[in-house]
Design a protein around this ligand. Structure first.
Ligand SMILES: NC(=O)c1ccc[n+]([C@@H]2O[C@H](COP(=O)([O-])OP(=O)(O)OC[C@H]3O[C@@H](n4cnc5c(N)ncnc54)[C@H](O)[C@@H]3O)[C@@H](O)[C@H]2O)c1
Length: 325
């Protein structure tokens, strides 16, 4: 059993991962500044004697170095997340997503850390024109004058840093590029589409689709994603490599809105809003985002397989309960 640090452990994915690691018998230190995460996300496990919750920022070198002390595995999930937050505050994105990752890698090689998981994102592929994206494909980031690309670019730099620490120091780094992870505890405040649609439908609408809704995405349940992360960290062959982690079942955003309305039994209307009203005049979106997950499946023998309806059922159930409390 290992002592693990989960940065961003009070967040949506981080809290599910923390629960899983505790259930496997590990000891978990969470470092989170509760900026987009919530203490409530850890309420199921808050009394577990193997969980230590530290409220602090990864941008604080002292807090970071104290959190790493005695740790054997790091799961680095803390980041400025969400297209809207990132477009609104690009300086925070760069400060949160780049310098602390470098610091954490340095602390890892100086200390007793054996394994390091870096949570990266499909955003690193940028506007990739391909049907299904493969880990070693070229990146197609947009211009630096458009703040939206700062997020993907910052995570790409994190990947370069992490892989460099693997090559130079033999740190057991694994990079996971998440593709649209959804599930209970995800909130819609930062432009996340599924919680935004579900909440709107449950409140009677309208469900607002940006542009014409023809954008294509794949949605994976957080429970399946964190199991893939844990399995990757148990697999020596995953070290020094990058993995797409997500569903490979594409759906258009308009179809998603229609399924949400149907499954909630809502009478909500679906309405369309141009990008320049939702974000800004120079906003660019990615039309199609579908991962090839062969490398993940060939390495760990599993991949996310839940259907969209199964995933939406779970989220709607959770959202209904949380709207009542
Ligand atoms: N949800 C997705 O679809 C998705 C897709 C691609 C990548 N990711 C990556 O997965 C990770 C987790 O994302 P999430 O969806 O759970 O979002 P989230 O916002 O719920 O989680 C991020 C967590 O990091 C914390 N945090 C932010 N800045 C911090 C700081 N300076 N110090 C300490 N903690 C800080 C937040 O409070 C939050 O708890 C992120 O690295 C994100 O880039 C998520």
């Amino acid at each position: 059993m290992a002592r693990c640090l989960v940065t961003g452990g009070a967040g949506f994915i981080g809290s599910h991962l923390t629960e899983l690691l505790l259930s496997k018998g590990h000891t978990v230190v969470v470092l989170d500044n509760l900026s987009t995460g919530r203490a409530d996300n850890l309420e199921n496990v808050q009394h577990n004697s193997r969980l230590e919750i530290r409220q602090g920022s990864i941008t604080d070198p002292v807090a970071l170095s104290e959190a790493v002390h005695g740790v054997e595995q790091i799961y680095h999930l803390a980041a400025a997340v969400g297209v809207k937050l990132v477009a609104d505050d690009p300086v925070r994105t760069i400060e949160t997503n780049i310098y602390p990752t470098e610091q954490l890698l340095r602390l890892a090689v100086q200390g007793s850390v054996k394994k390091f998981f870096l949570a990266s994102t499909s955003e690193v592929y940028g506007k990739h024109p391909g049907e299904a994206w493969v880990e070693d494909d070229d990146l197609h980031l947009g211009p630096t004058s458009r703040p939206r690309w700062a997020y993907g670019c910052s995570k790409a730099i994190d990947e370069f840093l992490a892989l460099a620490y693997f090559r130079k120091y033999g740190l057991g780094v694994t990079v996971g590029r998440f593709f649209n992870v959804v599930g209970p505890r995800q909130v819609g405040n930062y432009g996340m589409v599924v919680p935004r649609f579900v909440e709107a439908a449950l409140r009677g609408g309208p469900v607002i689709v940006y542009d014409d809704g023809s954008q294509v995405r794949c949605f994976a349940h957080a429970n399946e994603v964190i199991r893939c992360v844990a399995k990757l960290m148990e697999t020596d062959g995953a070290e020094g490599r990058v993995f797409n982690i997500g569903s490979d079942q594409p759906v258009s955003i308009l179809q998603l809105a229609q399924r949400v309305v149907a499954l909630t039994g809502s009478a909500a209307n679906i309405e369309f809003l141009p990008y320049n009203k939702a974000y800004s005049d120079d906003f660019e979106d990615v039309q199609r985002r579908v991962p090839n997950v062969d490398r993940l499946y060939n390495t760990i023998g599993m991949k996310p397989t839940m259907t969209l309806d199964e995933i939406l059922h779970d989220i709607i159930l959770w959202k209904r309960e949380s709207l009542l409390t």
